[in-house]
Design a protein around this ligand. Structure first.
Ligand code: ACO
Length: 158
């Protein structure tokens, strides 16, 4: 059955005194250690529906010209209803306003749906970081019945 799109989300930066939405961040990245590492130099954005946080994304400057979406996630209950697409568009807008020239995003070799979503949003595959998930995560990760081994890096010119 086709799920109804959610059009009335509000996307804003996480306030300094607000709790970090770890539950959501861990959906996209199972390592709390890595999350804490990149959050030190990142900006966290949240998507709200009726004042409840239902999504989040993280922007991490990689170089003066390139910014990375390090983490993007939507609460299970609200996935597949357009919130991820709206957050991607918001990230492009923020990156543009900050005068970055390109935006990158990385995902696992097994993340078929995410690869579809990112390419549909205009990202192009530029690199495969071989064994990234084996070398950087303590436990093997499986998704869609396949082991997540390599990181597929995609880039979009802004
Ligand atoms: N499997 C299959 N299709 C998917 C998936 C998926 N996991 N994710 C998105 N899609 C498709 C949708 O079906 C939809 O297709 P359509 O436009 O043809 O109808 C399209 O992509 C857009 O989907 P949205 O509804 O905008 O995406 P959503 O709100 O579900 O957000 C997200 C996408 C963030 C990947 C969400 O599904 C999620 O939180 N997943 C779990 C965490 C995760 O994997 N995050 C990304 C890891 S990589 C990183 O963080 C850099």
């Amino acid at each position: 059955m086709l799920k109804e799109q959610i059009k009335n989300v509000l996307i804003r930066r996480l306030y300094e005194n607000e709790n970090i939405p770890y539950e959501l961040l861990l959906l996209a990245d199972p390592s709390r250690e890595l999350i804490d590492k990149y959050l030190k130099t990142s900006e966290v954005y949240v998507a709200l529906l009726d004042n409840d946080i239902i999504g989040t994304y993280v922007l991490y400057p990689v170089s003066p010209n390139v910014i990375e979406i390090k983490n993007i996630s939507v609460d299970d209950e609200y996935q597949g209803r357009g919130v991820g697409t709206q957050m991607l568009r918001d990230a492009f807008k923020k990156a543009n306003e900050k005068c970055f020239k390109a935006i990158i995003i990385g995902t696992g070799n097994s993340s078929v749906g995410q690869l579809y979503l990112y390419q549909k949003a205009g990202f192009k595959i530029i690199e495969i970081r071989k064994d990234f998930f084996i070398d950087n995560y303590p436990e093997p990760i499986y998704e869609n019945g396949i082991q997540v081994k390599h990181m597929i890096v995609l880039r979009k010119q802004l």
